[in-house]
Design a protein around this ligand. Structure first.
Ligand code: ZN
Length: 305
């Protein structure tokens, strides 16, 4: 995968070098798209990822399902009743939710053996493969929607991948992308020292760069929203950081509740329910973050035109 880009893949402009969380990145001077200076992951990185690792414990599985159900509720009015392909479906939690709600003919594509095995155990229809498998699926089946949750930031050729998705969807087909928002308030509060900034994330998108590239590739933007991993259960301190009321106090990496593919992936909520008022405050702050649009992820719904 070794590759390095000097100009922005979205707008062609030059970029400034920065260091985020000990990683060298380049920030586009025009649209703000940010990318790692060097893409140094091996070709088969995701195929080999988690080899020999034990399955997720039941608590992590439950939190991921809860997060997927919240995401589903955010986008359900845009989802067709059948023919949804979740690319990079991970452990299949979103596909499980679709099945629970009676959606038919939904598939996944997942490169990692570890996650693919989990989807088989869950009886889900998932192909082990890379993103271009969607072209084979679309030749055999009608794909009405493609979802990409925390995938686009991992791709070394996101423009090429968006072209593949545009080709796989017919006119009117829906594309839904969720990715960390590089302009999110948590990035400012932590000076980019958090778990969203790490070597697997090759590109860091914002609303401007993502919407522009989608429009150029033949999509109309239907909805832009923001959410965080399992946001209703966010700790008080995390909400205060998202609201810009405190800066990260730790010198090291700030833990966020993200879907990552490492052992640190789901942080157990520590300060939940110490007493009623504290819990009430926690919930109010989480909702305030939501209302003010200060969540960590960008969620974009687009239609193929
Ligand atoms: Zn740019």
């Amino acid at each position: 995968m070794k590759k390095s880009l000097q100009t922005c893949i979205v707008c062609g402009r030059g970029a400034d070098k920065r260091t985020w969380n000990n990683l060298a990145v380049l920030v586009c001077r025009n649209c703000g798209l940010t990318w790692r200076e060097s893409f140094d992951l091996s070709e088969d990185y995701y195929v080999k990822l988690n080899e020999g690792r034990a399955n997720l414990d039941t608590q992590k599985v439950a939190i991921r399902l809860r997060n997927s159900e919240d995401r589903f509720n955010t986008i359900r009015r845009f989802l067709p009743r059948a023919g949804i392909c979740d690319i990079g479906c991970g452990d299949g939690s979103f596909l499980s939710i679709l099945r629970d709600y009676g959606y038919l003919k939904c598939w996944g594509i997942e490169p990692s053996e570890y996650y693919h095995k989990m989807t088989i155990d869950r009886n889900l229809d998932v192909i082990k493969g890379e993103i271009d498998e969607i072209l084979n699926i679309s030749k055999r089946k009608e794909v009405h929607a493609i979802t990409l949750f925390h995938v686009i930031e991992h791709l070394d050729d996101p423009i090429g991948s968006l072209e593949i998705m545009a080709e796989s969807l017919r006119k009117g087909g829906i594309l839904i992308i969720e990715t960390p928002d590089k302009d999110a308030s948590i990035q400012k509060a932590t000076d980019h020292k958090n778990e969203l900034i790490y070597p697997e994330h090759l590109f860091y998108w914002n609303e401007k760069s993502l919407c522009r590239v989608l429009q150029e590739k033949g999509f109309k933007i239907l909805k832009i929203s923001r959410r965080s991993f399992d946001w209703k259960h966010s700790p008080i301190k995390t909400s205060l950081m998202r609201l810009g009321m405190v800066k990260s106090l730790s010198k090291g990496n700030t833990s966020l509740d993200i879907k990552s593919q490492t052992d640190k992936d789901v942080v157990v909520i520590k300060d939940k329910g110490k007493n009623f008022f504290r819990e009430l405050l926690r919930i109010l702050l989480a909702y305030l973050v939501r209302i003010l649009g200060r969540d960590d992820y960008l969620l974009v719904v687009a239609r193929r035109i």
